[in-house]
Design a protein around this ligand. Sequence first.
Ligand SMILES: [Zn+2]
Length: 107
Amino acid sequence: MQKQIKQIEYGYWWNCAECGTENAYGLTEAEAEEYIKDFEINNAEEVAEGETGEGACDWNYNVIAEENDEHIEEQQKCWKCDAVASKETRTEKAKFLDALIDNIVQK
Ligand SMILES: [Zn+2]
């Protein structure tokens, strides 16, 4: 199989610190379908209250994952050069939020 960037439906992108290549963190369409199905089976109560698997998937992979730099947490490897995601690969969004929190704490 030819190497290529993961084709994600939910998630975000980060750049490898070694080779500068763009990488994707998140779920493919098929993985997302599975996640949504499992979520709705395992969270019947929330679903009854209006929560949806799509909503949970969107929140976890499009919002929370990026804020937490999940690709670093999970030591994801660059699809091209195999370098493990280092601290230098933090997303702008995660850095921004951290700076914001530091700012609030200092005041
Ligand atoms: Zn790389």
